[in-house]
Design a protein around this ligand. Structure first.
Ligand code: C2E
Ligand code: CA
Ligand code: CA
Ligand code: CA
Length: 278
């Protein structure tokens, strides 16, 4: 009933009415994009702060629209979620990320995990663990080299069910990270019950290190929380040496951000992995 109420409300928002045509058009083009293979993945390295080694990379989807060029996920993920296209799209992302990571390993590159974002919609699907398992089998990627990122709000939307779903996924041997951590409202008692491996500190806090003492306090608190719960912790959106120093001093384990590298096409990754591994 709560969901219906939300949809009804959305329906009456005036800007929705004027954009229905545009939305349907985008939906039609997304359907074509899936059929014609217009999606691709960029990868952004995740780095061990102590050693400087690349330990992972986040797969970030892009759409190469022949009419427009490269389209960022913010421009199509919401419509994909509303239209149900997110299912097949996420499945493609998951399969492609696993396939690519296995191919890098088969080339003899130092192994690293690949992180894949799971949308709220996909997390609600009951058979998500089955899908992940079959993709791991199909691609031959060992489970420890796959991590799923779920946002704090996705998990907390239905926290009781999330405990079960996360446990099923975790049982496969893959890693689980809570994305955008600090922006939602996890209760600490739940956090203890979620079988996750990593907290990912939201960029909105990291970007204001050096500028906002509140954000510095929150960042420090999240790192301390992760340590006391024996979770790994990664900071996203690290752009400056000062931010990195701050994180290092507080023993944050990993970082991701423009300071080290931007998201990049797959063919730029082997050189980076190679350099980091030697
Ligand atoms: P996210 O999961 O929080 O991903 C991180 C975003 O921050 C990426 O934007 C990345 O390019 C950007 N970023 C990384 N380092 C920095 C930095 O140092 N400074 C700044 N200003 N930005 C940085 P992107 O690729 O545009 O992705 C945006 C969002 O789209 C992602 O946020 C994620 O929620 C969603 N997304 C991306 N790929 C997928 C996907 O395959 N499936 C789903 N469901 N969502 C995806
Ligand atoms: Ca993410
Ligand atoms: Ca994030
Ligand atoms: Ca901030």
């Amino acid at each position: 009933a709560k969901d219906m109420g939300r949809n009804t409300f959305q329906f009456y928002q005036p800007e929705m009415n004027t954009s229905v045509g545009a939305r349907l058009n985008l939906e039609r083009r997304l359907r074509r994009a899936l059929r014609d293979g217009e999606f691709l993945l960029h990868y952004q390295p995740q780095v061990d702060i102590k050693t400087g080694q690349i330990v992972g990379m986040e797969a970030l989807v892009r759409w190469l629209d022949p009419e427009v060029g490269l389209v960022p996920p913010s421009a199509f993920i919401p419509v994909a979620e509303e239209s149900g296209l997110i299912g097949p799209l996420s499945e493609w992302v998951l399969r492609e990320a696993c396939r690519q990571n296995k191919a890098w390993q088969d080339e003899g590159l130092p192994p690293a995990r690949v992180s894949v974002n799971l949308s709220a919609r996909q997390f609600q699907q009951r058979d998500i663990a089955k899908l992940v398992m079959s993709i791991l089998e199909e691609t031959g990627l060992e489970p420890q080299y796959l991590e799923l990122e779920l946002t704090e709000s996705t998990i907390m939307r239905n926290a009781e069910e999330a405990v079960t779903m996360l446990a099923e996924l975790h049982a496969l041997g893959i890693g689980l990270a809570i994305d955008d951590f600090g922006t939602g409202y996890s209760s600490l008692s739940y956090l203890k019950r979620f079988p996750v491996d990593r907290l990912k500190i939201d960029r909105s806090f990291v970007s204001d290190i050096g500028a906002s003492s509140d954000d510095e306090t929150i960042t420090s608190a999240i790192i301390a929380l992760a340590h006391s719960l024996q979770l790994q912790v990664i900071a996203e959106g690290v752009e400056t040496a000062a931010q990195l120093d701050f994180l290092k001093e507080r023993a944050c384990t990993e970082m991701q951000g423009y300071f080290f590298a931007r998201p990049m096409p797959h063919d730029a990754i082997p050189a980076l992995l190679q350099r980091a591994g030697t």
